[in-house]
Ligand binder design. Sequence first.
Ligand SMILES: [Zn+2]
Length: 119
Amino acid sequence: MFRENMKTEGSTRSALAARISISALIASDVDLVAAGDEWHGSCPFHDDGSVSLHVSDPVGGYVCFDCGIAGDAVDWIMHRDGVSESEALACIAAMRSGSSLNARSPTCDESLPVVSGRV
Ligand SMILES: [Zn+2]
């Protein structure tokens, strides 16, 4: 069910997305509960009264079974922060080069590094 929703656009994107833990990224925004190989939590993209958001580290993706939003780490940042793909990729690169991706990931804001060649 995850793979049908996954996007495989570029090697740079997938390589970057694979470098971080999707559960660690999403856990910085949503309280996740372990459920077997997955993590479940309330979807932040709609008024979720239950735990419709399912996150899978082996797949590197997430899907909400209520509103249908789904994707990988890059999509999460794009949806959450309303940024472009290149900005989301820069955010992930900054996370990795920064300190650690433990409790809270750095928020992508105006200090976001600009991807070379594009503003
Ligand atoms: Zn949802």
